[in-house]
Write a protein that binds this ligand. Structure first.
Ligand SMILES: Nc1ncnc2c1ncn2[C@@H]1O[C@H](COP(=O)(O)OP(=O)(O)OP(=O)(O)O)[C@@H](O)[C@H]1O
Ligand SMILES: [Mg+2]
Length: 310
């Protein structure tokens, strides 16, 4: 079993609006409302791949109850900490005519140090029997940015490796605790380095810096340009096949699920990178974060180009 942590779970609403226009009444041709938030997306894809995942994090208010009912309906095992306020609503507007996605993401409910401690206890109670901890996304307001760092330490004490996928201070502090793996996108990693990552070479340099911090594997994702992956010895660059674009929301989460799955299967790194890249790409072709299905993922496997970088 893997445990995914989503501190800022969401009601994810996706509207498809061909010809979306500002300052007009827009009518969606399609809409979906699902339980969302990065760790929940990871759990969804990980289970689609055939693994067991339990989701935890914070939920609040009526929206939190909606998230729980969504998880029950999808049969995703979960054990969340309830806090005050309301879980956030995140709205994505997809326009197939312009291939744009416009997002409106609330900040999420205010969380206290005490809430963070309750989540730490919750995570600790699941670490027995857990093979991997996946920490995904931003912190809700008030939540200590050190939460991921604290959870990584907690997991290490029980010999559970962690994958960290975050940004800003939470990523910076998390890196200091040497998680097993990190999967930022190029903007997130460039952000904490203070240097934008605009090329595969720049991603490789950034990846070397991360490995120098004591992390074992880093994947720097670059949207449709693919992913640069480094372990302590090798660097690879993988390019996804072209897929019909519907929505890229959650592609990084789908990719993290692919890495978690391949690594826990003990696959060679190239096979794991191939799967992770396809999970990200398959997610692009469907509306909804992490809604990609196994046959679509598998159909892409042979189409990924993997280059041994150095
Ligand atoms: N347009 C695309 N076409 C094909 N593959 C894509 C596309 N966008 C993303 N991917 C695949 O998904 C992976 C992750 O995407 P991306 O870098 O956008 O993650 P992210 O920014 O962390 O996403 P999120 O945080 O919304 O989950 C990429 O490395 C690539 O393999
Ligand atoms: Mg991401």
């Amino acid at each position: 079993m893997i445990l995914t942590v989503t501190p800022n779970a969401a009601v994810d609403t996706t509207y498809t609006v061909p010809g979306f226009a500002l300052d007009r009444v827009n009518r969606p041709t399609e809409q979906s409302v699902v339980a969302g938030g990065k760790g929940i997306n990871v759990a969804r894809v990980y289970r689609e791949l055939g693994g067991n995942a339990t989701a935890t994090g914070f939920i609040a208010g009526h929206n939190g109850q909606f998230i729980l009912s969504g998880l029950r309906a999808e049969r995703i095992p979960h054990d969340f900490v309830e806090t005050g306020g309301e879980s956030r609503i995140c709205i994505a507007i997809l326009d197939p005519e312009t291939q744009t996605q416009t997002e409106l993401n609330e900040w999420g409910p205010a969380v206290t140090r005490q809430d963070a401690d309750r989540l730490k206890e919750k995570v600790a109670s699941h670490l027995e029997g857990c093979r991997l901890l996946v920490l995904s996304g931003s912190m809700p307001p008030g939540c200590p940015e050190s939460l991921y760092a604290e959870l990584i330490e907690e997991a290490r004490e029980r010999s559970v490796p962690a994958i960290l996928d975050s940004s800003g201070e939470a990523l910076r502090l998390g890196l200091r605790t040497r998680p097993f793996m990190v999967k930022p996108n190029c903007h997130e990693l460039g952000g904490i380095l203070g240097n934008p990552i605009r090329s595969v070479e720049a991603a490789a340099e950034a990846a070397r810096w991360v490995i120098g911090k004591g992390v074992e594997i880093v994947a720097v994702s670059m949207g449709k340009e693919g992913v640069l992956v480094s372990d302590t010895e090798n660097i690879w660059y993988a390019r996804p096949p072209e897929v019909p674009f519907v929505s890229a929301v959650g592609s990084g989460d789908a990719m993290a699920a692919g890495f978690a799955f391949g690594l826990l299967q003990g696959w060679p790194m190239e096979r794991t990178i191939r799967l992770a890249t396809c999970c990200g790409a398959a997610n692009v072709a469907v509306p909804g974060a992490g809604a990609c299905k196994r046959p679509q993922i598998e159909a892409l496997l042979e189409k990924v180009e993997i280059h041994y970088f150095c």
